[in-house]
Design a binder for this molecule. Structure first.
Ligand code: NAD
Length: 264
């Protein structure tokens, strides 16, 4: 199979690091022009420099915007008013006791993880439908189905993305635009590394080893028995954005290493 995005413009939110950067790289390697989004000029420049080295000749556009507010989304839309592919990757996560999770935290998670995707889809889907081709992907999580007791606020937002994705797929049914969600499991991203930093420093073990121990202790149903790499998650996203994935819409696609103990 040869995936070719020549002539397509892709927006990947929060693509200066972690899974988003991996997705941006995969799309650029297959010929898409990729809009790189981050909250600061320096992080966006760094992401672009990284991609220019990794993918010589890559076509990249910078979009500095904080997607936790409607104004931030408007700023992004000025740079990306019309795209063929939208990957809603921006998301924050971290463990927090339910009793001490205040309304402001709940609201920030909802705005960043859910409303950014709602606002971008509302603005960008009409153009895709008019062209008769488009791809929208929501980066959800295995935590959408396997809600962690220490990250309920996060799990709620990721379950909401499954509902949003399925509903939008039906909303644009028959238009040539597909909408899907991808559910990664524990993945060795920058954010995951930050969550494991104390343990790596305390034990002197490698990030991979600490991540494997995390998976075995906290997600013992994992079939691969380790964290996934950013590339493993990005590969699924690149495929579902491709022409070849045209019969996949309204789906929740797992790259969770089998953590969710279910046959579908
Ligand atoms: P990460 O923390 O490594 O990267 C996230 C990026 O988002 C960072 O570059 C950060 O600067 C950016 N960001 C944060 N808030 C933003 C905002 N308001 N506006 C714009 N950018 C913002 O995270 P990651 O692990 O790569 O996660 C990417 C997505 O994958 C998230 O939606 C996350 O929930 C999901 N996910 C991650 C894992 C995992 O184990 N890493 C597992 C399942 C799902």
């Amino acid at each position: 199979m040869k995936i070719d995005f020549t002539g397509k413009v892709a927006l990947v939110t929060a693509s200066t690091g972690g899974i988003g950067l991996g997705i941006a790289r995969g799309l650029a390697e297959s010929g898409a022009e990729v809009i790189i989004n981050g909250r600061s000029e320096s992080s966006v420049n760094q992401g672009i420099q990284h991609l220019q080295q990794a993918v010589p000749g890559a076509q990249l556009r910078a979009a500095i915007a904080d997607l936790s507010t409607p104004e931030g989304v408007e700023t992004l839309l000025k740079v990306a008013p019309d795209v063929d592919i939208l990957v809603n990757n921006a998301g924050i996560f971290g463990p927090q006791d339910f009793y001490s999770t205040d309304d402001a935290t709940w609201d920030n998670y909802w705005q960043t993880n859910v409303m950014s995707g709602v606002r971008l889809s509302r603005a960008l889907l009409p153009g895709m439908v008019r062209k008769g081709w488009g791809r929208v992907v929501f980066i959800s999580s295995e935590s959408a189905r396997n809600i962690p007791a220490d990250m309920i606020h996060y799990g709620v937002t990721k379950t909401a993305l499954l509902s949003l994705s399925r509903g939008l797929a039906k909303f644009v049914a028959g238009s040539g635009v597909t909408v899907n969600s991808v559910l990664p499991g524990p993945t060795l991203s920058d954010g995951f590394a930050a969550m494991m930093k104390d343990e790596v420093e305390k034990t002197g073990k490698s990030l991979e080893t600490v991540a494997k121990e995390f998976v075995m202790q906290n997600r013992p149903s994992s079939v691969i028995q380790r964290a996934a790499t950013v590339e493993e998650v990005a590969n699924m996203v690149v495929y579902v954005c491709s022409e070849q994935a045209s019969a996949t819409s309204g789906a929740a696609l797992r790259v969770d290493g089998g953590v969710v103990d279910d046959i579908v």
